[in-house]
Design a protein around this ligand. Sequence first.
Ligand SMILES: [Fe+2]
Ligand SMILES: [Fe+2]
Length: 415
Amino acid sequence: MKASSNTVLDFLNFVEGQGPQPMPRLMDKILLKCRLLTNAEAGSIFIVRGRGRSRRLQAMRVQNDRVRIRAKGFEIPLDAPAIAAYVGATGKTLRIPDVYKIPKNRPYRFNPANERAGYVTRSVMCFPLKNFRNAVTGVVQLINRLPEKAAPDAAPIPFDTAQEELVLPVSRILADLVERADMADRIRAKNRELQVRNRQLQEGRARIAALQAETEDAFMLSISLLARAAEIHDEETGNHIVRVNEYSYHLARMAGQPAEWCDEIRYSAQLHDVGKMSVDAAILRKKGPLTPEERHEMNSHPVYGHQILAAAPRLAMAAEIAQGHHEKWAGGGYPNGLQGEQIPLSARIVAMADIYDALRSARPYKPAFSHEKTVAIMTEGDDRLDPREHFDPALLDLFRNHHQEFDEIYRRLHD
Ligand SMILES: [Fe+2]
Ligand SMILES: [Fe+2]
């Protein structure tokens, strides 16, 4: 009793000395310790894999002091007539003095074709590793017991009960170690699998983000095409709508609006005259003064624009700009004659941007004005424009202090 518990402790120290270890290392240590205890020249250690009829032994480690063997991972079905398979299937220990002299009536045999590199197997001891439920979790096969203190080329001798008693007490503990290590290995494999799946998920998210970016590009393209389509019969052409986007963006930034809001006005401003699509082309192109009916139709373009844009949630700001960009701060604008903060800020901003650009551009009835003249008209007024009537005074202050940026935008994007 004492001897066997010492053996167990010694064994545990040997294989678990450095704490939990990866399966292959643990297998090597267990096999080596079994061979040292029994003076076996070679050996293999197997784990039982699979369930039911697919149960098989997987070779985890093969050791041989005489010849180099690189053979692991091979598998033996548990119902094969091999020694290790018999032990794995029955849970019985086998001691065979000479594998070449196994009686024909045994349910297992030795296959000489499996001898490697001219090695000759003689004596074998093969024992199961059983867990606490008495199920076989592995098999250790020890080969060619050598006599102690013998010549290097001494012939193998049979394993006897003394060797069996040396290794059997530890077999149950080994089985638990193997089971635990196998479990840890499987958890590691599961973790790797989860990491792979996580990576795939991230890649999926990146693909969705790319798709969203594509959709965003398509959205931006289609609204700029819409804005372009609207100016087909209009006097304002070329980069006018692009410049209005930029003036509006800068005014919004200077007014301290949130970044998202500024980004939104930057693409919404260009749609301010989209309602002109619905106005009769003959009226849009008419050179002389308009009749009252024609003027009324022309001044309905903010209403038409709002109708076109209001259905799309992402064009809500564009819709309010289209509707409000001809309103005046003091009232008296169209189509609703709103005043002050009744007019949405976005529309107040675009109104200033639109007028600045109209003054800078040549029209059939006026030449292009310089930046200086345009600033003078917008801040001090002329016979057509009264800044106090037209503009939000806060925005006008911003313009007065930062008008240089308007000139820069005009120069950068002029036609
Ligand atoms: Fe307009
Ligand atoms: Fe315009």
